[in-house]
Design a protein around this ligand. Structure first.
Ligand SMILES: [Zn+2]
Length: 390
């Protein structure tokens, strides 16, 4: 009897606490570039990102720190989001649960589309896996009521779709791919509120001439980038010179679907670049920068990727770059560079060499070197395609 009374009192006090101070409120994401962060870490590239979120995603705010909110994604998972990417939804009441419905996979070149019914625009996260290649999609706050998954023959890239309820309110969807190479994916909610995963199909012919290639010259306009050790040469000028050489080399090789994020000395912010690329829908992106370090002894060439599925392109380009006699500075993964952030297409950042090193700088200033770098980038892309053709 005493125990029942105690439980009753505890329950009553909890109810009271909830009524007086809920301790949370709801927001939704706004804009095309909202993203979740793991924590409040900051360095020159910003905090480590979990991934981008579509707009109008429902998030439960449970804490605030400076420019960021902590959001509870599911019972056991939280993340941070900058307040600028959210707007408050007054009076929104929490739902006891959210259910997923049927899933449907279909294909229409150049994408396979997986459509998932969900009763709310819930937050999500994707991860690329390799060997075997697949996309893992986590839907936070979702409990399965998915009783069928239709998979149509028109799907060309996705081999299997299945799911696992890994936690009571965390649904994990596995999307097995036919090819070893990830060609990119995009997640969003359609106008009916269904979660859509667009999976890029591998092009039917792996020929560089058939690819849509985007080239990005780093910095520009007001954004000068690094400057030369002795020459005071500006990074923005030399990234453009090299990018133009890459464009010319690819044209000569018969690539006619080419896109330059900039071809003049103009200021272009990262969000603008990402939007331009989103609109162009390249098959691959190569971004060109020149490196700089605090110590003038540091030199060499390096390539960068963010997601493991996009690594092979950056390795192939690095191998070619090293044949220029540049020292290996490395192949760097999980790199938090804005243009390595999109998951929609394989992308690679090339830090050609160091402007802050005398030996590298001398080469950077030489127009013949720009043409040689362009040729190596072209050969790197070709090597990558050749590996995929094996
Ligand atoms: Zn740079």
């Amino acid at each position: 009897m005493k125990r029942v009374l105690l439980l009753f009192m505890v329950g009553f006090l909890q109810m009271q606490a909830q009524q007086t101070a809920p301790g949370f409120f709801f927001v939704k994401t706004i804009g095309p570039l909202a993203f979740l962060k793991y924590g409040l870490g900051e360095d020159r590239l910003g905090g480590a990102k979990q991934g981008f979120l579509d707009s109008n995603i429902l998030l439960k705010v449970v804490d605030s720190n400076g420019i960021s909110y902590r959001v509870q994604l599911s019972r056991n998972h939280s993340a941070w989001i900058e307040k600028q990417y959210t707007v408050r939804i007054p009076g929104k009441q929490p739902a006891p649960y959210h259910l997923t419905g049927s899933m449907r996979l279909r294909g229409a070149r150049p994408f396979d589309t997986l459509s998932i019914s969900v009763d709310e625009r819930l937050p999500y996260r994707t991860q690329q896996q390799i060997n075997p290649s697949r996309i893992v999609l986590d839907i936070y706050g979702a409990t399965s009521n998915t009783n069928w998954i239709t998979q149509l023959q028109t799907a060309k890239e996705v081999k299997n779709v299945y799911y696992e309820q890994v936690e009571d309110d965390l649904l994990r969807v596995y999307i097995d791919l036919k090819h070893a190479q990830h060609w990119g994916h995009t997640v969003y909610y359609d106008s009916l509120g269904r979660l859509q995963v667009l999976i890029k199909q591998q092009p039917p012919v792996l020929d560089i001439k058939k690819l849509r290639i985007a080239i990005d010259a780093g910095h520009g306009g007001d954004n000068l980038g690094a400057s030369g050790l002795r020459s005071k040469a500006l990074e923005k000028d030399y990234t453009l010179k090299i990018a133009k050489q890459v464009q010319a080399r690819l044209k000569k090789a018969g690539v006619y679907q080419l896109f330059m994020t900039r071809s003049t000395d103009t200021t272009l912010e990262m969000p603008q670049r990402i939007q331009l690329l989103k609109y162009y829908q390249p098959d691959i992106l190569v971004s060109i920068h020149l490196n700089s370090a605090g110590s003038d002894a540091v030199r060499g060439t390096s390539t960068y990727y963010r997601y493991i599925g996009f690594r092979p392109l950056s390795v192939a380009i690095l191998k070619q770059m090293e044949t220029l006699g540049l020292k290996e500075y490395g192949n760097v993964g999980n790199f938090n560079f804005s243009l390595n952030g999109p998951t929609a297409y394989p992308n690679c950042l090339v830090e050609v060499a160091f402007l802050s090193n005398a030996e590298d700088e001398k080469r950077i200033l030489d127009p013949k070197f720009h043409a040689a770098v362009a040729n190596k980038i072209y050969l790197g892309i070709r090597d990558w395609l050749a590996q995929l053709n094996k």
